[in-house]
Design a protein. Structure first.
Length: 313
């Protein structure tokens, strides 16, 4: 009889945990791993942690959570990092992050999100990194990034984004690195980054961009920065003075150097001419294979001023 009572108690406890509480399948110090669970938006999100510590990093993966519970941060305000991976997440509601004032990092991968709405992250004023990748995002509201004045890293790779409003990134005054690789962009407004004076890393590889304004990065200083526009459809481009540049696999015919470049990758284009600035080139690595160069004067100048310049043609 006693064993029967114990079994019944365990069954009731498991049923209660399954309906209401979220169990850490693995818990290491302040990190809680939640794997293979179905999370309902109607049940309170209460973490059951076997080591009795309050997790500041929560990693949710390989389960079902089409809609986020609004109680994730209400019941766990100490969370500073949340990662949601392969949970079939379909949308982010404006109030999902209403209590996420302590968040420093949001990572959402492999889902079905189609839009990012007005003020979605406005309560996350301490957020430093926002990564939403491998979704179906095709629309981003002009006010999506309101309140993110401290954000430093924005990653929106592998989506279906075809356009960016000219004022979209204005709230991101601390933005340092932006990645929008493998999307469907065909153009970038010349004022898109006018407020992002701290930018040092730009990665837009794998889009369909045909033209870049000369003024696109006029407010940035890329002396130690990187720019990657490989795998686009550009016919003419410039280096913007970035230290590391990748414009390979485009349709470039002419490429303009500025000053301060260290590594340039412009392989697999239709280049016939590279135009150097009047100042002494600083290029140390230049990759030019699979082009149609007929003018080598710029390259000779590089080699004469920088004896360690390495280039492949």
């Amino acid at each position: 009889m006693r064993y029967l009572i114990v079994i019944l108690y365990i069954c009731v406890l498991l049923l209660y945990l399954n309906e209401a509480d979220i169990q850490c399948t693995k818990a290491y110090s302040i990190i809680c791993y939640i794997q293979g669970q179905s999370i309902s938006p109607t049940n309170p999100f209460i973490i059951v942690n076997s080591n009795q510590t309050k997790a500041s990093s929560v990693i949710i993966f390989d389960g079902q959570m089409p809609i986020m519970p609004n109680t994730i941060f209400l019941n766990n305000p100490q969370i500073s990092t949340i990662s949601i991976n392969s949970m079939n997440l379909q949308q982010i509601a404006p109030d999902n992050f209403a209590n996420g004032g302590n968040l420093k990092s949001i990572i959402i991968m492999k889902g079905m999100i189609k839009t990012l709405g007005n003020g979605t992250f406005k309560s996350c004023t301490n957020l430093l990194q926002l990564q939403i990748t491998e979704q179906q995002i095709s629309f981003i509201d002009i006010n999506t990034f309101l309140g993110l004045q401290n954000l430093q890293i924005l990653v929106l790779n592998n989506n279906q984004i075809s356009s960016l409003h000219p004022l979209l990134f204005n709230p991101l005054i601390s933005l340092s690195v932006i990645l929008l690789q493998n999307n469907s962009l065909n153009s970038l407004d010349s004022t898109l980054f006018v407020k992002n004076t701290m930018l040092s890393g730009i990665y837009f590889a794998g889009n369909s961009i045909t033209d870049l304004s000369n003024d696109l990065f006029k407010n940035q200083n890329f002396k130690s920065g990187s720019i990657d526009f490989s795998y686009n459809y550009l016919t003419t481009a410039q280096s913007y003075g970035a230290s590391t540049i990748n414009f390979s696999f485009n349709k470039l015919k002419t490429f303009y150097l500025s000053s301060g470049e260290s590594t340039i990758n412009i392989r697999n284009n239709f280049l016939r001419k590279i135009i150097c600035p009047n100042s002494i080139p600083t290029v140390k690595r230049l990759y030019l294979s699979n082009n149609s160069l007929s003018n080598f004067l710029c390259i000779r100048d590089m080699h004469s001023f920088q004896h360690k310049t390495h280039y492949t043609i």
